[in-house]
Design a protein around this ligand. Structure first.
Ligand SMILES: [Zn+2]
Length: 408
């Protein structure tokens, strides 16, 4: 796998491409991109056929070991790798240790093992055991085993342990990667730890940067999970900028977590290339639909910003976050509009807010299915808009107007 930067200036938004993927040599994936969230080897709430209808082309998917470990033996016996086993072979498969949507449970790692919480409870992985799983799964790209159990409140002692442990795990993972027939042509990613401590970040980055990694994960900023949504750019900007300054500019950078759309734009602005798709999943789980303006045409002319109607303004003030509407709310009981009038997804073409509200109230599974279809479609368009804004050289204007629009 190769990462090619198409446009970039040091420490700023970048446009790139992933190419030469061993299993998918004809495909290219443009960055900034996000990896669609999966759980237990499936996209929650939707079938593969529906996924194809939403995406229309191969996409990038994150598969957490935490939710797929129970399939290890079956995948090994299957002998064709995880992508084929889960029926998603036409897509780029990226294995991570933890589930970004569930978050990292605190206090369960030690110097030789990292804990993951599977549906059968806690399982401990040392580096050898983890690499056995990777050899069975044979993903297109994967992280080294790491201790990411840190956040803004972690003390120096804890972040130093995270850096040291990750460094030891990395040695074993790299050794196994290089000698493995099935993995040596796959992409292995270095993981930079160090919490919010700049000196620990520097140590971690310097230890990782000269290894033959395809890219780097900036980990350990938070425990991931739904709480990530409330973290603001000002909480992480300095530590990310300083961490990136220690890393080579020609390798891609990934940050995991359920960051809100404004923070995603700020992270792209700092030079982050890839994210995970836990955000649209978590929004779906609470019965909400994304409604923030995700199309560039609404930002290119400041007079046509997504100005809400009086009715929608009232909704925004009383019932909605600035990014979504809560369809559990009884105010949607007789609202016969689609979730979004400008959305072309299957849900918005065929169904009303009132119907989805009814399904959620009746606890019918179709409610979350329809929401997931809309939220994935909306998030995909958001990333298309991000790429187009960089490509068309209107990023600064777009970024500024996006923030202004949120304050209306
Ligand atoms: Zn829609």
């Amino acid at each position: 796998m190769k990462f090619v930067l198409c446009s970039a200036s040091k420490c700023s938004r970048r446009l790139g491409k992933i190419i030469d993927i061993q299993r998918l040599p004809d495909l290219a994936f443009e960055t900034p991109l996000f990896f669609l969230h999966s759980k237990g080897g499936a996209i929650p709430h939707i079938t593969h056929e529906v996924l194809q209808m939403i995406s229309g082309k191969p996409i990038s998917i994150q598969v957490p070991v935490a939710s797929t470990l129970h399939s290890e033996d079956a995948v090994r016996d299957f002998k064709k790798g995880l992508a084929e086993f889960i029926g998603l072979a036409e897509n780029l498969i990226y294995c991570t240790v933890q589930d970004s949507a569930a978050g990292v449970a605190s206090g369960f790692n030690d110097k030789s093992k990292v804990s993951v919480f599977t549906r059968k409870g806690r399982r401990e992985l040392d580096a050898e055991r983890y690499m056995n799983v990777m050899e069975a799964f044979c993903p297109d790209m994967y992280q080294v085993l790491h201790d990411g159990d840190t956040d803004a409140n972690s003390g120096k002692k804890r972040v130093t342990k995270a850096v040291d442990r990750t460094s030891r795990f990395t040695e074993v993972c790299l050794q196994r990667h290089k000698s493995s027939e099935v993995l040596q042509n796959k992409a292995i990613l270095g993981v930079i730890e160090g919490g919010h401590n700049i000196s620990a970040r520097e140590t971690s980055a310097k230890e990782m940067r000269d290894h033959p990694f395809a890219g780097f994960v900036i980990d350990g900023l938070c425990k991931q999970g739904p709480e990530t949504e409330n973290i603001q750019t000002s909480d992480i900007k300095e530590i990310i900028e300083k961490t990136l300054a220690f890393l080579p500019t020609d390798k891609f950078r990934i940050i995991h977590g359920c960051w809100n759309p404004e923070v995603i734009l700020d992270l792209v602005d700092m030079g982050i290339d890839m994210f995970d798709g836990s955000y649209p999943f978590i929004v779906t789980e609470r019965g909400a639909a994304l409604t923030f303006c995700n199309q560039i045409d609404s930002y290119t002319d400041c007079h046509s910003l997504n100005t809400p109607s009086k009715e929608t303004e009232e909704e925004n003030i009383s019932e909605c976050s600035i990014y979504e509407i809560d369809l559990n709310n009884k105010m949607y009981f007789d609202d016969l509009q689609p979730v979004s009038k400008t959305c072309s997804c299957l849900t918005c073409k065929e169904h009303t807010r009132a119907y989805i509200h009814h399904l959620l109230s009746a606890k019918e599974l179709l409610g979350t299915v329809l929401l997931m279809i809309h939220n994935i479609h909306h998030y995909m368009e958001f990333f298309q808009t991000i790429r187009r804004a960089i490509k068309d050289d209107i990023w600064e204007d777009f970024h500024k107007k996006f923030k202004q629009n949120l304050k209306k």
